[in-house]
Ligand binder design. Sequence first.
Ligand SMILES: [Fe+2]
Ligand SMILES: [Fe+2]
Length: 497
Amino acid sequence: MSAEDTVSDAAGAISADRFVEISYDDVIPNNVALGADKQLQRALETWRPNYLGWWNSMGPLGYQASDVYLRTAVGVDPAGWAKFAYVKMPAYRWGILLAPKVEGRAIPFGRHKGEPAWQEVPGEHRALLRRLIVVQGDTEPASVEQQRFLGGTAPSLYDMRNLFQVNVEEGRHLWAMVYLLVKYFGKDGREEAQALLERQSGQMDNPRILGAFNERTPDWLSFFMFTFFTDRDGKMQLAALAESGFDPLSRTCRFMLTEEAHHMFVGETGVQRTIEATCAAMVKAGIKDPHDVEAVRKLGVVDLPLLQRKANFHASVTRDLFGSEISSNAAEAFGSGIKGRFNEANLKGDDHVLTDATYPVSRVGDGKIVVENEPALRALNARLLDDFIVDCQGGVDRWNKSIEKAGIDFKFTQPHKGFNRRIGEFGGKRISPAGDVLTEDEWKARSGAWLPNDDDMQFIASLMKPCHEPGKFASWIAPPRVGVNNQPGDFEYVKIA
Ligand SMILES: [Fe+2]
Ligand SMILES: [Fe+2]
């Protein structure tokens, strides 16, 4: 074994093909030896103009001729997988990149646990696998569509660049799923790849598959909340699929997670910088009470209670994406080795088959919230949702640190799991953010204090004035601590054409 062959990570020894660089001479950059599979290459080259057509009509409005300082994936080595350069978005090199193959990888869970991971689609699980890939794939272009109008009101060139970075990478994630569909699912897969370009976020006749991906992202605060909460749902789903016994799906998702981390960074720091601007303005004006909304808004910053209401909304809508807590589909996806739990391979203390295990699930019983043990296999969505809520808390805690540092008495909290839900155990139930079960009348009387109202949205809209001068930021958001790729504060991240 050479030194390179012995490089390993938590997943085990990694084969030498981690060092395969992408060929940028190909129309479609890839590390999957696309050139050796002419049929696949032709299918993707046929799809590509349709994709570009979608990008041009449904992707970012305007700025397509501008030079944007973007990172492009140039390899899958964790040490140096991206390069930064000015690129016009339609010329972005959307490629197909899989994390390195782990030699001897075994299926880590379910009925097939311990068998060698599948390199081809197992016939008996074909339909389920295709459905999961399509649902994941559908979210990628959906979020680009949702964010289409934001460039025009960017609070800085730095933020505009981050938006476009997220957008091109969601485009690449679509490519990643389309690769799997076209390579492994024949004619059905090609049809699904086309349908992914035809559904449209928020469209009545042919909407995106999942609810949260049909909501509007009308302003930058919504964008930051979306990338904090909803891209994190993406992270959880990708992480569960990265455990898959179907190895190409696992490898695809593992590389997508590398990019996903940046999307959540944009969300977390976006909200954080909003909080910092608010706190700084309050301190400067000598305003102590965070609930003195009128005085705070006069300063041209977002009051903290409004940020809490926005967080409540995005948290609850995103939680619905996890589906019913009790789910026979999730049980089947796990049992058949297709979709694992978060961090499955490293979970200690159970058999990864879950035949006799139980999991505590919250629901409403007798007018209050009760916790009941359910068969763990049927409660996998409940578990992934709980993992998601834990994952969110780190960011919320960092937001609270900023407020504390400014000496302002306010603390963000995540609403109770059952708050404002449409799907699952709490669907249609009326639960306060603190977790009290309410009557319909109580909900009507009080929910206005917990969710953004028309006034809030109008106020946010009034702040959305473009700030497109290098190094300048809108009043409501603080500059970042560090520039992208360590660029200086006045760096021209987008050369607007
Ligand atoms: Fe994505
Ligand atoms: Fe994302």
